[in-house]
Design a protein around this ligand. Structure first.
Ligand SMILES: Cc1cc2nc3c(=O)[nH]c(=O)nc-3n(C[C@H](O)[C@H](O)[C@H](O)COP(=O)(O)OP(=O)(O)OC[C@H]3O[C@@H](n4cnc5c(N)ncnc54)[C@H](O)[C@@H]3O)c2cc1C
Length: 574
C-alpha cells in the first residue's frame, strides 16, 4: 500500500530513538530504478519498504526516453539481432578498459538477460528492439550497428487507478496527447523530410493517445510507460511505499548497516533492514557544491535534465558510513540549451546537433569536434576532460534557415516556426541576415572562416576535419534524405541562427564504489555488509564511458536485480 505521509505521533523531529520503529527485510531508497530493485527483493520473498524523497514515483526514469541497454536479453534474441554475450563483452572490454573494474561489467553482462526476463514476467509491459540504434562506438570490436537498445511499447497508464497521478511527469511533452516511443521520435523529427516514414507513426500514435482519451485510456510511452509498468509490479509484489520520505541516515551496528533513518510526516523513523539497504537515490546532478568540487567550475545549476531531488544525499550519507567514492568527475553528459530563467528546465539536444546545415562552434567561432558524436564524448570534450583540450563552455549551435525549416528543434518547436522570444531576450539565441552580421553580434571573429571551411567540406560530402557522418551513430540522428552525407550540408540560406549550447547531463554517474553484487565498498576494498548502491548513486560500471544511450537505465535495472537477489541470499542478521 502507498502510505501517504502521516504524523505517527512518535518520535519528535530531531530525536533518533534507540529502538526500531519499523521492521523490514530490505529498505530501498529512491523510486527510479529502485522500483525494480524493490520488486525483485519482494519476488525473492522479502518484506520490502521503498522510501522516496519526492511526492511522486519514477525519478528521472519517469522523465526519460526509456531506452534500455542490456545486452544478450530475450527481446534482442526474438528480434533476431544476433546479439551475443561474447560480442558485448569484447565491446565493453575495448571501450571501458581500465576505467572501471572488470568484475562489475562481467556481472552486468551475466545478469542483464535474467533481469529483463524478470521485467517481462513481473510487469504488464511489452518490449521491443529499437532497430538500427547503434552502439556509440562502432569502430570497437563487438559493437553492434543493428543495436542492442530496447524500449517498452506504449502502455495504458489508466490501469494504475489512483497511482496514475503519482507517476512523475516528464518535462518533454508532445503538443497533443500521444505516446512517442524512441522509434517514433527518430522519424517525427524528420516530419518535413521523410513524411512517408513520419506520418504513419504520427497518425497511429494520435489514435492511441488522443483517441484513447475519448474512451478513458491514458496511453503513454518512454520513461512514463516504463515507470507505470514498474509501479504496477511494485503494487502486485506488495511492497510498502512511503513517498515524501527522504533517507536521512543509515544505522551502523558492528561492521555493517542494519537499518535506515527516514523522515516521514515530520518525524525521524528508524527502520530495521535485516537483509540490507539498497540505495537508489540518484546522482548529485542538482548539488552545485558537489558538482564544483568533483566535476568542473564551468558547470551551472539547472543544466541537468534529471529530477531536481537528486542532490547526492545518499552518496554523502554512504560516505559518512565509510563507503568509498569513485568516478566522481563523470556524468552521463549531454548537450543542451540552458534554462531561460532560474529554476527553469534546460532543453536537451538529440538530433539537433546531427542534422545537416548546422555546426557547433566555440567562443572564437571555430568548430572543435564532431558535433554528431555520442553524448558522453560530446560533454567530455566541451568540458576539456579529453586530453589537454580547452573548456568550450558555452558553445553555440549555428544553423541556417533551411535547417530551421526542415527539422523539429528542442524536441518541440515545429519546423519553420520562430524560436521562443524569451531565448533572444535572455541572450541564448541570435539571428542575423548574414554570417558576417551573426559573427559581429556574437563577437566571434572566426565564425565567417569557420562556416566557410565547413561549407567547403560539406559540399564535398566528407568532414575531413572531424569525421562527422562517418559512423552509424552519427548517421542515426542525421537526415537520410540528405545525400551523400546525412549529417553535412553547407549553411547557405539566410537568416542565420545561433543558439547557446552547454554541457548538460542525464545525471551524474560517479558515486559509491561497489562490487559485482552492488555491495558498497570501503576505500580498502572491504565490503560494508548490508549496504548496496545501484543506479546513478553508484559509480559507473563503464568508467568514464557510455556504450549506448540506454546504459544508465540498463545499469540501474540490472544491479537492482543483482543487489536484491544477493540481499535475499544473505542470512538474516540477528
Ligand atoms: C529527459 C531524459 C531522458 C533520458 N533518457 C534516457 C534513456 O532513454 N535511457 C537511459 O538509460 N537513461 C535516460 N535518462 C537518464 C535516466 O533516466 C537516469 O539516469 C536514471 O533514471 C537513473 O536512475 P536512478 O534510479 O539512479 O535515478 P532516478 O531515476 O533519478 O531516481 C532517483 C530517485 O531517488 C529519489 N531520491 C533522491 N534523494 C533521496 C533521498 N534522500 N531519499 C529517498 N529518495 C531520494 C529521487 O527523488 C528519485 O525519485 C534520461 C533522463 C532524462 C531526464
Amino acid at each position: 500500500m502507498d502510505n501517504d505521509p502521516v504524523d505517527t505521533g512518535s518520535p519528535e523531529r530531531g530525536d533518533v530513538q534507540p529502538d526500531w520503529d519499523e521492521t523490514y527485510d530490505v529498505v530501498v531508497v529512491g523510486a527510479g530504478t529502485g522500483l525494480f530493485a524493490a520488486m525483485a527483493a519482494a519476488d525473492a520473498g522479502l518484506k520490502v519498504l521503498l522510501v522516496e524523497k519526492s511526492a511522486s514515483f519514477g525519478g528521472s526514469a519517469a522523465m526519460s526516453a526509456g531506452i534500455i541497454w542490456m545486452p544478450g536479453n530475450a527481446v534482442l534474441q526474438e528480434a533476431a539481432t544476433g546479439d551475443t554475450r561474447e560480442s558485448a563483452e569484447s565491446y565493453l572490454d575495448h571501450l571501458v578498459g581500465e576505467s572501471a573494474p572488470r568484475e562489475r561489467r562481467l556481472s552486468f553482462l551475466e545478469h542483464a538477460p535474467a533481469a529483463v526476463d524478470f521485467l517481462r514476467r513481473s510487469t504488464p509491459l511489452k518490449f521491443m528492439h529499437i532497430p538500427g540504434h547503434p552502439d556509440h562506438h562502432e569502430d570497437l570490436d563487438g559493437a553492434s550497428v543493428i543495436g542492442r537498445a530496447i524500449e517498452a511499447k506504449p502502455f495504458n497508464m489508466a490501469s494504475l487507478g489512483a497511482d496514475r497521478k503519482r507517476v512523475r511527469a516528464s518535462d518533454v511533452k508532445a503538443p497533443v496527447p500521444m505516446p512517442i516511443t524512441s522509434v517514433d521520435y527518430k522519424w517525427l523529427v524528420l516530419l518535413g523530410r521523410a513524411p512517408w516514414q513520419a506520418v504513419p507513426h504520427a497518425v497511429w500514435r494520435l489514435i492511441q493517445g488522443l483517441g484513447g482519451k475519448l474512451i478513458g485510456r491514458d496511453v503513454v510511452a518512454a520513461g512514463q510507460a516504463l515507470v507505470a509498468g514498474l509501479l504496477t509490479g511494485v503494487r502486485e509484489a506488495e511492497v510498502d511505499t512511503w513517498r515524501t520520505s527522504p533517507l536521512l541516515d543509515l544505522v551502523t551496528e558492528g561492521d555493517g548497516i542494519t537499518g535506515a533513518v527516514v523522515e516521514r510526516g515530520g518525524c525521524r523513523i528508524r527502520v530495521r533492514a535485516g537483509r540490507g539497504v539498497i540505495l537508489a537515490g540518484g546522482g548529485f546532478e542538482n548539488n552545485p557544491v558537489m558538482r564544483r568540487k568533483y566535476q568542473s567550475v564551468a558547470l551551472q545549476d539547472g543544466w541537468s535534465v534529471n529530477a531536481r531531488e537528486n542532490t547526492g544525499d545518499v552518496i554523502r550519507i554512504a560516505e559518512r558510513h565509510g563507503a568509498a567514492l569513485s568516478a566522481m568527475d563523470q556524468s552521463w553528459w549531454s548537450l543542451g540549451l540552458p534554462p531561460v530563467k532560474e529554476g527553469g528546465t534546460p532543453t536537451f539536444m538529440l538530433a539537433e546537433r546531427s542534422q545537416p546545415g548546422s555546426i557547433i562552434v566555440d567562443a572564437t567561432g571555430r568548430r572543435f569536434f564532431n558535433e554528431s558524436c555520442d553524448h558522453m564524448t560530446a560533454g567530455q570534450i566541451m568540458l576539456g576532460q579529453r586530453g589537454a583540450d580547452a573548456v568550450h563552455v558555452p558553445s553555440w549551435l549555428v544553423f541556417d534557415q533551411k535547417y530551421r525549416n526542415r527539422h523539429i528543434f528542442g524536441g518541440q518547436f515545429l519546423p519553420g516556426l520562430p524560436l521562443p522570444r524569451s531565448w533572444y531576450r535572455a541572450g541564448l539565441a541570435h539571428r542575423a541576415a548574414t554570417v558576417e552580421a551573426l559573427a559581429e553580434q556574437l563577437s566571434m571573429p572566426g565564425l565567417v572562416e569557420g562556416v566557410a571551411r565547413f561549407n567547403l567540406l560539406a559540399a564535398r560530402g566528407h568532414d575531413d576535419d572531424f569525421g562527422r557522418g562517418d559512423s552509424a551513430h552519427d548517421r542515426y540522428w542525421g537526415d537520410p534524405t540528405n545525400t551523400p552525407n546525412p549529417n553535412l550540408r553547407p549553411l547557405t540560406t539566410a537568416p542565420f541562427h545561433a543558439v547557446q549550447v552547454v554541457p548538460g547531463d542525464f545525471g551524474t554517474c560517479g558515486g559509491i564504489t561497489t562490487d559485482g553484487y552492488g555491495r558498497a565498498l570501503r576505500g580498502d576494498g572491504s565490503v560494508i555488509d548490508g549496504l548496496y548502491a545501484i543506479g546513478n548513486c553508484a559509480a559507473n560500471a563503464f568508467g568514464n564511458t557510455s556504450p549506448q544511450f540506454g546504459a544508465t537505465l540498463g545499469l540501474g535495472l540490472t544491479f537492482g536485480w543483482v543487489a536484491a537477489r544477493h540481499a535475499a541470499s544473505q542470512p538474516v542478521d540477528a
